[in-house]
Structures are given as C-alpha cells and as structure tokens.
Design a binder for this molecule. Structure first.
Ligand code: S3P
Length: 163
C-alpha cells in the first residue's frame, strides 16, 4: 500500500490518530516532527529559536523525503504545506488525509503549548489568519475527515473506511 500522510493544522490529533491507524493496519508509524528532532538533536522550540523557522522548514522538507512511500503512516507538522514543493510531493507519493478540526477547538488546545512556537501565545485572530492561509492547501488532500466531537478510535476507523 501507499504511505498514508496525515496533514492538518496544529492540534488536530495527527500524531494520536497516526499511531492508532498504523497499529491497526500493522505498518510502521513516523512522526515527522520527531524525526526532525532526532536528526537535529534538539527540540522544535530550540530549532525555531536557534536556527529560525526557515531552517526548520528546510529540515522538514529533508526529513519528508526520507520517509518511506510504501507501507507506513506518517504524521506531518501543521506547516508542511508552507512549501508548494511538499504538497506536490505528498500528493504524488502517498495517500493524503486531512484532519479537519474547527479553529476554536484548535485554539483552546494549542495556544498555551510552549512546545509549539507557531501557536504559543498567539491571539485567536493570529492563529485564525495562519489557519486560513494554510486551509486551501490542506484541502488539496485526497480525503478529508471531520474530527469535531469524535473520539480518536472513531476518527481512525473513518480513515480506514475511506482507504
Ligand atoms: C508547526 C507545527 C508543528 C511543528 C512546528 C511548526 C506549524 O507540528 O511542526 O512546531 O507551523 O504549524 P504539529 O502540527 O504536530 O503541532
């Protein structure tokens, strides 16, 4: 099978769902953010602070290209769509599933999270603007799953049903 790439804004549950999905369909799971942290040997907030977001995006694209394009589930970071090149790569090399969560729910989940430099201490309006900028790219995914009000197991089964 083609690798399943989960995309969506910060706090939509990509890692939680990705782990569950990989477990059920019995393939390896990769969290792209974790892969970046491993190869750079520092945390994401530290990368943002020391190297800047542009370098983070460069590392992200490099790690994406290292992911298997067969028999795996990969959760991507919310900003993977910042580069056109990445969107094309994802759509060409795997099945792309967008986890769609309302911005109000996202805001409550991520705005106090110091591990997410692009969300931490942002106002609701600032976060909404970022979300709106990215939305047209998330919407290019092969499948969209609405997550609101659903438990992770239910979301995972919905993905399996549309594959
Ligand atoms: C980012 C999302 C994060 C991580 C980094 C930047 C973003 O991943 O890649 O903090 O710009 O949206 P999650 O979507 O897993 O939080």
């Amino acid at each position: 099978m083609e690798t399943i790439f989960l995309v969506g804004f910060m706090g939509t549950g990509k890692t939680t769902i990705g782990e569950k999905l990989a477990h059920i369909i019995k393939v390896p799971f990769y969290d792209l953010d974790l892969q970046i942290e491993k190869s750079q040997k520092k945390s994401i907030p530290t990368i943002f602070k020391e190297d800047g977001e542009n370098m983070f995006r460069k590392y992200e694209t490099e790690e994406l290209k290292k992911m298997p394009i067969k028999n795996a589930v990969v959760s991507t970071g919310g900003g993977i769509v910042s580069k056109d090149e990445n969107i094309h790569y994802l759509l060409k090399n795997g099945v792309v599933v967008y986890l769609d969560t309302p911005i109000e729910v996202i805001y409550n989940r991520v705005s106090k999270d110091s591990n997410r430099p692009n969300a931490h201490q942002k106002t609701k309006n600032e976060l909404e603007l970022l979300f709106e900028r990215r939305l047209p790219f998330y919407e290019k995914a092969h499948f969209t799953i609405h997550t609101n009000g659903k438990m992770p197991d239910e979301i995972t089964m919905e993905i399996i049903n549309c594959l």
